[in-house]
Design a protein around this ligand. Structure first.
Ligand code: ZN
Length: 74
C-alpha cells in the first residue's frame, strides 16, 4: 500500500511533483526560488491591478464630467 502524498504541478514543465519539493525531478528546475518569484509576481500584479482600476475609475469620472460639460454647452 502506498501512502498518498500531496502533489502539485511544476510551474516549468507542469509535471506532478510532491508538494514542498525544492527541485523538480523531471526538469531539474529550482522550485524554492520559483515559489518566491511567483509570490512577488502576484503581489506586483495586485498593486498593478489596483492602480489600473483606480486610473480607470478616475478616467471614467473625468470622461463623464467632460461629456456633461459638452452636453450642457451644446
Ligand atoms: Zn519540472
Amino acid at each position: 500500500m502506498s501512502v498518498p502524498k500531496l502533489m502539485q504541478k511544476c510551474p516549468f514543465c507542469l509535471e506532478p511533483i510532491i508538494a514542498g519539493a525544492t527541485r523538480c525531478k523531471n526538469c531539474q528546475a529550482d522550485l524554492s526560488s520559483a515559489a518566491k518569484r511567483q509570490k512577488t509576481w502576484f503581489s506586483q500584479y495586485d498593486s498593478f491591478r489596483v492602480g489600473f482600476l483606480t486610473g480607470l475609475l478616475f478616467g471614467l469620472i473625468v470622461a463623464i464630467l467632460i461629456y456633461g460639460h459638452f452636453y450642457l454647452t451644446l
